[in-house]
Design a protein around this ligand. Structure first.
Ligand code: IMO
Ligand code: MG
Length: 452
């Protein structure tokens, strides 16, 4: 309206607000899972983090599991941005992340015992004061909810039991507690903690909460994390507008696990697609630069939920064992199937990937024929969208394209040129089918990465 426009101009003329981001503003490079998780995001982040200044997490919690191998030492990350493994990197945990403090310290200590790479981690980590805290009772409630789902509906969600659903529920219900509360007045914090704990007790009568005990432990953590807790919005604003910096955002979980766009209700509780980067760090959309979609050369899923290209057969078993498909966080065997291009097209609609990183192509080295799901049909009719409803998705008929395998060991291939002809064709087929010609530079294959 006129009034609105007029007021905007007034403020601008008054010079009292900062100008819009200038062309010289730093941009963030984003790495996102394009399937159901475990695509090898840690490995891609590790590659991109070699010359990064800041590596951020913007959503999720320690439900994620990112493995990075440095000098043949395997480091496991859940909550910490895995980029912290590079001693030159500053790590940032944004407001969209949920933090279980015992989990954070345990993860850091475990990795510190493995090798030198994490030394001084606490001096290199900044945590947004607006990030919500996961309490032990959130985790316990996660377990109870799963048990109740099993009893009441005959199936659960297969969560990681890290308290993710409950803590984001507390956040949305406006009864959650944040890092800024923990490091401010501890008496005030204790009162609100007690109210929340009692709410949980009344919701779940079987839940036992040692309120005083947990508060005592939290008081110790409060002192330990205090130096790391900062105003996250200002921290990232300064990073974006200061001297030239390379800023990476490490996505956790993946597009099909997104609370809005994933295969609901078999999803996690945060936005794992590109919008979560803005809301989880507090940055404007024009500060987003490259968006890498990490794609495993086939598909895996942990936990319950529809999976149209799943192979409950010899092929699936072969993918599972060759790919060593066990969860990093829960040790569960991952379900396996062929690559699903309908799913990737959908993830690309939401995220607008500027590049894809294809991982674990070498797992396909021994297959004579390789199938790729190219479209979904309902009642014999091809559908151009990805169904929201689980029952519908469970019933779609996948149309496959069969490509000849390459029967060659590609585990040492590092560039596209290193690949045998049929493997190149597999990559190019994916590129073509995603509807984005590679010649306009939108999709570049970052690297062919082997992930243990
Ligand atoms: P990374 O970052 C694979 C799945 C869980 C479960 C569902 C809900 O390693 O790719 P939650 O504990 O989040 O409430 O569980 O989401 N899930 C993942 N699966 N990789 C992940 O992360 C996952 N994060 C959540 O298995 O089905
Ligand atoms: Mg995982």
């Amino acid at each position: 309206t006129m009034e609105h426009g007029g007021r905007m101009r007034q403020i601008r003329n008054g010079g009292s607000i900062s100008p819009a981001p200038a062309a010289s503003t730093n941009k963030v490079t984003v790495v996102l899972g394009a399937q159901w998780g475990d695509e090898g995001k840690g490995k891609v982040v590790d590659l991109l983090a070699q010359d990064a200044d800041i590596v951020c997490r913007c959503q999720g919690g320690n439900n994620a599991g990112h493995t990075v191998v440095v000098d043949s030492i395997e480091y496991d990350f859940h909550l910490l941005p895995s980029g912290i493994i590079n001693p030159k990197v500053t790590a940032f945990i944004g407001n969209g992340v949920v933090i279980h403090l015992p989990g954070l310290f345990e993860e850091a200590e475990k990795n510190c015992k493995k090798g030198q790479s994490l030394t001084g981690w606490d001096k290199r980590l900044t945590i947004s004061d607006r990030a919500h805290i996961v309490f032990d009772f959130h985790q316990a409630a996660d377990g109870i909810q799963e048990q109740q789902r099993q009893e009441q509906a005959g199936k659960n969600l297969g969560t990681t039991k890290k308290g993710i659903g409950p803590v984001y529920s507390s956040k949305a219900a406006r009864s959650g507690l944040r890092m800024c509360d923990l490091v401010s007045d501890f008496n005030e914090f204790s009162q609100r903690f007690t109210v929340l704990a009692n709410q949980y007790k009344s919701m779940y009568p079987s839940l036992e909460i040692d309120i005083d005990g947990e508060l005592n432990r939290l008081k110790v953590y409060a002192e330990q994390v205090k130096p790391m807790v900062k105003d996250g919005v200002y921290f990232i604003y300064e990073a974006l507008h200061g001297p030239r910096k390379k800023i990476l955002v490490e996505g956790a979980n993946a597009a099909l696990l997104d609370i809005d766009f994933g295969t609901y209700p078999f999803v996690t509780s945060s936005n794992c697609t590109v919008g979560g980067v803005c809301t989880g760090l507090g940055i404007p959309p024009q500060c987003i630069g490259e968006v890498y979609g990490v794609v495993k050369a086939y598909t895996t899923r942990v936990g319950i939920g529809a999976f149209p290209t799943e192979q409950n057969n010899e092929s699936g078993d072969r993918l599972q064992s060759r790919g060593r498909e066990f969860g990093v966080t829960t040790g569960r065997r991952r379900r396996c199937g062929w690559l699903d291009l309908t799913l990737l097209r959908y993830a690309h609609m939401i995220n607008g990937f500027t590049a894809l990183a294809l991982t674990k192509l070498d797992i396909l080295d021994v297959f004579a024929d390789i199938k790729v799901g190219v479209s979904y049909k309902i009642n014999g009719k091809t559908i151009p969208y990805f169904p929201a409803n689980q029952e519908v998705l469970n019933k779609v008929e996948v149309e496959y394209h069969i490509l000849p395998g390459w029967n060659t060991d590609t585990s040492n291939a590092r560039t596209f040129e290193d690949l045998p002809e049929n493997a190149k064709k597999y990559v190019l087929f994916i590129e073509d089918m995603l509807g984005i010609p590679s010649k306009n530079g939108l999709i570049v294959w970052l690297s062919l990465i082997r992930l243990m």
